[in-house]
Design a protein around this ligand. Structure first.
Ligand code: UDH
Length: 287
């Protein structure tokens, strides 16, 4: 709460000179995410409050932070529908100004989630002057309004507590699922490594990058920090990365040259859809 009060946003583009409350009036508590799979047309119809590209801002006050939500994605259409129908209402009840980006990796290469998140950072900067960027797995459903999708003095691990792991266990000290960085924090750690192909490792590497930049990781209390994880089968072209443990051998000299400052990619498609901004991309360098 104190963090919220200290934080003011640039009012130059505001639609009102009243700053939104630190405790938004429409905020609920915990809820059971809706996992119905609706057709896209139905979702678009239900979310007419959104501006094209999955953009929204509160009408009666100025949001305290502008947020870019980046979802690394491939071949999980049903999960995306389920996530968005739950996520948009949470962000709106929190009175945030935001835009949702879905960064999809083109086939046939092995999935590189970390590279997609670095690409999302560059692409989001072109569309919204964000204060905070949230990287969001498509299968993580928020289950409590009270965990803010905003940034703090340290990077925030929002996705630490997951129903699948009974809101505890091994997942907590990791850095996967959902995480928030200010622009500065993300640049200070030089984003994610571009060298993790397949499942695993990139989040451990990020923990080391954060420590190396002398930043802490902040987690909200488990009472409000809750996610429901959707079940899925092993994805096509995302095998467990046999080199994922290599993270522990990395050195700060590597962080400085392999990350958001070195990612190269091609953009095959860009489209502002009703619920999100879609990018189809291909990372073209592994360093
Ligand atoms: N993702 C996709 N498509 C893919 C793979 C991953 O969209 O083909 C994205 C998606 O946002 C997903 C995220 O990357 O939520 C993370 O991938 P994941 O869901 O496979 O990772 P998670 O940690 O995996 O959820 C848990 C089970 C993986 C098998 C365990 C291997 N030992």
């Amino acid at each position: 709460d104190e963090n919220c009060r200290n934080k003011t946003t640039n009012l130059a583009h505001s639609n009102s000179d009243i700053l939104c409350s630190c405790v938004p009036p429409g905020l609920g508590g915990s809820f059971v995410p809706d996992t119905t799979v609706w057709p896209w047309a139905t979702l678009a119809d239900r979310h007419r409050e959104l501006a094209v590209g999955g953009r929204w801002r509160p009408g009666a006050c100025t949001a305290r932070q502008r947020i870019a939500i980046v979802i690394p994605f491939r071949d999980r259409d049903e999960h995306l529908r389920i996530l968005l129908q739950n996520l948009h209402p949470v962000l709106q009840r929190q009175q945030l100004e935001y835009q949702v980006f879905v960064v999809e990796q083109a086939f046939p290469h092995i999935f590189n989630k970390a590279a997609l998140m670095n690409i999302g950072f560059h692409e989001a900067k072109k569309s919204i002057p964000f204060d905070c960027i949230v990287f969001h797995d498509v299968d993580m459903l928020p289950a409590d309004d009270r965990q803010p999708y905003t940034c703090f003095q340290s990077p925030v691990h929002l996705g630490a507590y997951v129903d699948k792991y009974k809101y505890g266990g091994l997942y907590v000290p990791m850095f996967g699922g959902v995480a928030a960085f200010t622009k500065q924090q993300f640049e200070d750690v030089n984003g994610f490594s571009n060298s993790f192909f397949g499942w695993g490792g990139e989040d451990d590497d990020m923990r080391l990058r954060i420590a190396s930049a002398r930043l802490n990781i902040y987690r909200h209390p488990v009472e409000v920090s809750r996610y429901r994880m959707l079940q899925h089968r092993r994805d096509h072209r995302n095998p467990t990365n046999p080199f994922r443990g290599v993270a522990y051998r990395y050195r700060p000299t590597v962080y400085a040259r392999n990350g958001v400052n070195s990612i190269k990619y091609k953009t095959h498609a860009y489209e502002e859809k009703p619920l999100y901004t879609w990018l189809l991309v291909e990372p073209v360098s592994s360093v």
